[in-house]
Design a binder for this molecule. Sequence first.
Ligand code: KG4
Ligand code: ZN
Length: 365
Amino acid sequence: MPTVLAIETSCDETAVAIVRDRTILSNIVASQIDLHRRYGGVVPELASRQHLETVNGCLAEALAQANLDWAAIDGIAATCAPGLVGALLVGATAAKTLALLHQKPFLGIHHLEGHIHATYLSHPELQPPFLCLLVSGGHTSLIQVKGCGDYATLGSTRDDAAGEAFDKVARLLGLGYPGGPAIDHQAKDGNPSAFQLPLGRVSRPEGGYHPYDSSFSGLKTAMLRLVQKLEATGEALPIADLAASFQATVARSLTQKTLACALDYGLQKIAIGGGVAANSALRSQLQAAAAEHNLTLYVPPLQLCTDNAAMIACAGTEHLQRGDRSVTTLGVQSRLSLESVGTLYTHIIGNVEDTSAGNAVSLPN
Ligand code: KG4
Ligand code: ZN
């Protein structure tokens, strides 16, 4: 397996990591949470500027921590989609420049493919096919992983992503940013059955429900009405009970959909990823449900669930080994489906460059 250095700057973490053979050699994450906290969310322009100031220091630290120089690096990867365009541009431009400078192959990586690969770092024995539940600030997806670069999105969200719902409800409860960890923390002292809340189902026009799709707008509205009703009594809000009930409802909804999807598609293995995969209620409910149905649940440690560059580097090693290369004229994109991962690469077949995947102009070396 080759050694790949990767840069991740799709949102509010500046991250650089080096990975070889599903093993992390270094993993540097500079979080911008303190910068954005006072605005209650990520400010894209501030994120880009901060990435620009931090990325060189992270690169030096990643090489030093791995005790490697550029000669030991076989490929340079960067998240190129989806994400905040200005933020993505910083990491992608840095990676392309380094690839040209050091005459290394460049690989543009899909951020969600990175989250899928995080599980390989904690469980190197895991092989496709499996189902991956990706729940982050921007995504709530159920993905059938058939192989490297080969994915089918079986479920998604109709409105807010799970992390967004956590962040908005945390704001409603006055818990600050980021909301997920704050709700998780408060929920530890609360009663998850204190309030009955709607699970959030997506109706089909012909009747019934989409079994794997999520919707959190109804749950958010129910929380708003509940808080307004409780505030009208003039008593202090039962924050811990509200947080625990909300968290348990999100966890129940995601667990039901994930299990139904795995069983319907005959997938024996389930991996989870994204920031919300750090949620304690979701982890324990999924664990119990998987055990009940004899399915194996793969749960990466918290620092690999949230954004990091090790997961991007891991995806980079697999693409590099398959012969995939990205052109250094590859652009960044705010949206890109997982099914379109192939458009990030040219495929090297023998000595002939196959440009049918699109985006191909010429290789850096
Ligand atoms: O994957 P991630 O780090 O960034 C992207 O969105 O790509 O996910 C961030 C999201 C935020 O919405 C944050 O509130 C949520 O993950 N989160 C959590 C927890 N830790 C982070 N949500 C619920 N429980 C947690 N323990
Ligand atoms: Zn992410």
